[in-house]
Design a protein around this ligand. Structure first.
Ligand SMILES: Cc1cc2nc3c(=O)[nH]c(=O)nc-3n(C[C@H](O)[C@H](O)[C@H](O)COP(=O)(O)O)c2cc1C
Length: 407
C-alpha cells in the first residue's frame, strides 16, 4: 500500500493522494488576466495524476506583480477569467484546484521571461513602476529603491489579500496559499535583511511576523473552513543575518492560531549573494519535518522531489504530509500516473488516454522498465488476453484487427 497514493486531508478538503503541483509563474498573463496558455498548462497539470494543482503566484494589487506577465486578482475581469478557467479545469479531472495569492514587494517590476534571465528590473521605457516594501532598501545593486509602506499602505495590502481570497472563492477555487517566501513582500516583512522598521511592523520577530499574521487572519475571515488555507514559508534565509528556521516555527504557531491549515516549506532568495547549499534531492524536506513535529499543521515538502520512490519515502517516513513538485511536473506532466505504475498503484487515466494505460498497452513495460503496474480493476475496456491486447472490445481479430491497431 502506497503512502503517497493514500488520501490526504488538508483543512476541510480531502485530496485523492499526496502529490501536489507546486505553483509556477507562467509570465503569460495580459493585464493580470489568464490566457489560453494557462488553460493548456494547468489543463496538462490536471491530468498529471496529482491530487492538487496550485495556480501560480497571483498578485493582489497591480504594483504587487513581479512582472507585467503575472496573474492578478484585483479586478472583475481577472476574476471572470479565473472563474472560466476553473470551470474548464474541472472538466479534466477531479484534482482539487488551489491558487497562490501574493505580492512581489521589492522584487516587483521585473522583466518577464523570455526577455530576462536573472530577473532584471524593468527599465523605465518598458513601463517600470516603483515597488513597495517594509523599508526603502533595494533588493540588489541596480534594482529600484522601494517606497517604504506607511500604515495605510500596509492596511490596503492586507485588505487586498482578503479581497483576493473573496474573489478566489467566487471563482471556485478549493484552496488558497499565501506566498510568504522567496523575497516577496511578506518575506520582506519577516526578514531582518529587508525589514529595518522601528514601529510595530519591524524589529522583534513578533513585530516582523505581524504583517503575515494579519494577512492570514484577514483571509481566514473570508475563506471557509470546508476549504483549505496554506502559507508558503521561507524556512531560512541561509545567513545568520536573516530569518531562521526557529523563527519560521514560531511563525507557524502564530499562523496556526490564526486559522492556517498547512505550511509549505521553501527557502532562500531574500537577496542575491548569499551562499546556499547546493540543492540536492529533497533538500528542503527537513524543514517540513520540523514544522510537522513542532505544530499541528499539515506540512508540504517542496524542492527537488524527483523520483516516485523518493516521494513515497517522504510521506511514508512521516517527514511531510504532501509533496509539491514544480520542475518534475514540467519535465513530465504525467508524473503522477508514472509514479502510480512504479509504486504498483491502480489509478484512473483520463479516458482519451486509456490506450497508453499500462494494462492496455504492451509497450508500457518496455518504455518504463522500472514500472510494476498492478493487476488493474479500473477502466477495463479491453479484453485481458495477450493475443487481443490493444484491441477494443468487440473489434474483429485478423486483418481488420491489424488495421484497427494501425490507426
Ligand atoms: C517556472 C517556475 C515558476 C515558479 N513560480 C512559483 C510561484 O509562482 N510561486 C512559488 O511559490 N514558487 C514558484 N516556483 C518555485 C516552485 O514552486 C518550487 O518551490 C521550486 O521550483 C522547487 O521545486 P522543484 O525542485 O520541484 O522545482 C516556481 C518554479 C518554477 C520552475
Amino acid at each position: 500500500m502506497s503512502a503517497l497514493f493514500g488520501e490526504g486531508r488538508i483543512g476541510g478538503l480531502t485530496l485523492a493522494n499526496r502529490i501536489v503541483v507546486s505553483p509556477m509563474c507562467q509570465y503569460a498573463a495580459v493585464d493580470g488576466i489568464a490566457q489560453t496558455w494557462h488553460l493548456v498548462h494547468l489543463g496538462s497539470m490536471m491530468m498529471s495524476g496529482a491530487g492538487l494543482v496550485i495556480v501560480e503566484a497571483t498578485a493582489v494589487e497591480e504594483i504587487g506583480r513581479g512582472t507585467p506577465g503575472d496573474l492578478g486578482l484585483w479586478n472583475d475581469v481577472q476574476e471572470a477569467a479565473l472563474t472560466g478557467l476553473v470551470g474548464e479545469l474541472r472538466n479534466l479531472s477531479s484534482a482539487k484546484i488551489g491558487i497562490q495569492l501574493g505580492h512581489a514587494g521589492r522584487k516587483a517590476s521585473t522583466r518577464t521571461i523570455p526577455e530576462r534571465w536573472r530577473g532584471e528590473p524593468l527599465p523605465p521605457e518598458e513601463g517600470a513602476w516603483t515597488p513597495v516594501a517594509p523599508s526603502a532598501i533595494a533588493y540588489d545593486e541596480g534594482w529600484p529603491v522601494p517606497d517604504a509602506l506607511d500604515e495605510s499602505g500596509i492596511r490596503r495590502i492586507i485588505a487586498g489579500f482578503a479581497d483576493g481570497a473573496r474573489r478566489a472563492l467566487r471563482a471556485g477555487f478549493d484552496l488558497v496559499e499565501i506566498h510568504g517566501a522567496h523575497g516577496y513582500l511578506i518575506h520582506n516583512f519577516l526578514s531582518p535583511i529587508a525589514n529595518r522598521r522601528t514601529d510595530r511592523w519591524g524589529g522583534s520577530p513578533e513585530n516582523r511576523a505581524r504583517f503575515a499574521v494579519e494577512i492570514v487572519r484577514a483571509v481566514r475571515a473570508v475563506w471557509p473552513r470546508e476549504l483549505a488555507l496554506g502559507f508558503r514559508f521561507n524556512s531560512t534565509d541561509w545567513t545568520p543575518e536573516g530569518s531562521t528556521l526557529d523563527e519560521a516555527v514560531a511563525l507557524a504557531r502564530l499562523l496556526e492560531a490564526g486559522g492556517l491549515d498547512y505550511a509549505v516549506m521553501s527557502s532562500g532568495n531574500i537577496r542575491p549573494g548569499i551562499a546556499i547549499p547546493p540543492a540536492a534531492p529533497g533538500h528542503q524536506v527537513p524543514f517540513a519535518r520540523a514544522i510537522k513535529e513542532e505544530t499541528g499543521l499539515a506540512a508540504m515538502a517542496v524542492g527537488m522531489i524527483l523520483h516516485p520512490l523518493q516521494a513515497e519515502e517522504v510521506i511514508a517516513s512521516g517527514a511531510a504530509d504532501f509533496v509539491a513538485l514544480a520542475r518534475s511536473m514540467l519535465d513530465n506532466p504525467r508524473w503522477g500516473l508514472h509514479a502510480a505504475a512504479e509504486l504498483g498503484v491502480d489509478v484512473a487515466y483520463p479516458p482519451p488516454y486509456l490506450r497508453a494505460r499500462p494494462n492496455n498497452w504492451l509497450g508500457y513495460a518496455q518504455a518504463h522498465p522500472r514500472a510494476r503496474p498492478p493487476h488493474s480493476t479500473l477502466q477495463l475496456d479491453r479484453p485481458r488476453s495477450v493475443s487481443s491486447w490493444d484491441r477494443p472490445r468487440g473489434a474483429p481479430a485478423g486483418p481488420e484487427a491489424t488495421r484497427e491497431g494501425a490507426r
